[in-house]
Design a protein around this ligand. Structure first.
Ligand SMILES: Cc1ncc(COP(=O)(O)O)c(C=O)c1O
Length: 402
């Protein structure tokens, strides 16, 4: 039996939706994308949503929009995908990494220690779909000593009067925090719709705006729209209208809009997302029940009284093993055609960040979690038989190695 890691859920419904757009005469950003944005705003009860061609683009635009650049610092966990840090680098700001807790999420106490007058944003990451501690983070950032430290460099920063909470919520589509969609924990949150994610558009992402009331969310949407289209003050649909050819460029923007072809896939995915989430939850619960019999099993956090994960990843951890043993276990599992993965290599282990002076010794818990972690397959079409096979292969390989 072969078990892939996370193939996309593509069926006739998806194919028909894409075909409809291909035949419609409008394939780039247009009515389907606007509808997808509206549906996503309803789904997350957000004030405003914009779709872009990746989560990475959304994170970068948000930092740019808030006026972050050289001399500024942005705090993020060392345990994340490179995208979270790369966007800070692109803008010439400094990524300030902090360690994570035993749930893989950013350690709020360390955020407190590392916040300086230069800190302009915090980027928590909902690893595997498990929302981070937004309550503690919001409480920390509204504390008088943090507000006093904050030095606003522009009107938006002056309006917020504290660092921006920009959530890398790439994994947490459908996760909840305090009985609300988890995106509400942040001022701006970004989902990814990349091909291996819970909800796909092949490539894509959405940015959710839930800033304080003082901010004009319609204006923010327009600003992001312009930023995503070269700084042009008209999008393709507006230019297409009779006599609408003339436009201005107000600044040197990016090019990262989402196409209607992609949004058509997203609309199908969103319509059936409840079912997707239920299936993912059932798989994760099955794995959890199975592995609970083993003394070496460290259970991932999926549900607490405050929050529920989007069940994006099943991040298995094996008590006390080192990195070499973990790698050897993965090799044995792979020989039996079960595709597994590791989420993530902490950033200080990667050449670019290592060469910039980040040292993994400063992030001991990130390294500890990484060394004992193996992500197991979770996807909609995973059959009961395949789940049983994964459990038996993984537990045999772990038991043999201990
Ligand atoms: C934690 C995290 N952040 C950001 C991203 C970037 O998402 P995208 O590929 O949509 O830019 C990913 C993608 O894997 C991710 O895992």
């Amino acid at each position: 039996m072969k078990v892939p890691f996370s193939p996309p859920r593509i069926d006739q419904k998806t194919i028909d939706a894409v075909n409809e757009v291909l035949r419609s005469g409008w394939i780039t950003t247009g009515p389907k994308t606007k509808l997808f944005e509206q549906r996503l705003a309803e789904f997350t009860q957000s004030k405003k949503v914009i779709c872009l061609n990746s989560a990475t683009a959304g994170l970068e635009l948000a930092l740019k929009w808030f006026g972050i650049g050289p001399e500024d610092e942005v705090i993020l966990p060392a345990y994340t995908y490179c995208s979270t840090a790369n966007v800070i680098e692109h803008l010439g700001a400094k990524p300030v990494m902090v360690d994570v807790g035993d749930d893989f999420n950013i350690d709020i106490e360390q955020v407190k220690t590392k916040t300086s007058a230069k800190t302009k944003a915090i980027m928590p990451v909902d690893i595997g779909g498990n929302p981070c501690n937004y309550k503690a983070l919001n409480k920390l950032l509204s504390a008088p000593e943090i507000k006093e430290k904050f030095k606003a460099n522009n009107k938006k920063q002056a309006l917020l009067q504290r660092p921006l909470i920009l959530a890398d919520a790439a994994h947490s589509v459908g996760a909840t925090y305090n009985q609300k969609p988890a995106v509400h924990g942040a001022d701006i949150a970004v989902h990814s719709f990349h091909a291996v994610k819970n909800l796909i558009t092949a490539e894509g992402g959405a940015v959710y705006f839930n800033l304080p009331e003082e901010f004009d969310h319609e204006l923010i949407y327009k600003e992001f729209n312009t930023l995503s289209l070269h700084g042009q003050n008209k999008d393709a649909l507006a230019k297409f209208k009779k006599g609408g050819w003339k436009y201005d460029v107000t600044h040197a923007g990016y090019k990262c809009n989402l196409t209607d072809i992609a949004s058509a896939i997203g609309l199908v995915e969103l319509e059936r997302y409840k079912e997707t989430l239920e299936k993912r939850r059932a798989i994760v619960e099955y794995y959890h029940r199975y592995f609970s019999d083993f003394e070496w099993y460290i259970p991932p956090t999926f549900k607490t009284k405050d929050k529920e994960s989007s069940y994006h990843l099943f991040m298995l951890r094996i008590k006390g093993i080192d990195e070499q043993t973990r790698d050897a276990i993965i090799e044995e599992i792979s020989k039996q055609d079960v595709a597994v993965n590791v989420h993530f290599q902490p950033l200080p282990l990667l050449s670019y960040y290592k060469n910039k002076g980040y040292d993994i010794k400063d992030y001991p818990n990130a390294y500890k979690q990484y060394a004992q972690e193996i992500s197991l397959p979770v996807f909609y079409d995973l059959t009961q038989e395949q789940q049983e096979y994964v459990c038996s292969v993984v537990s045999n390989c772990v038991n043999k190695s201990l």
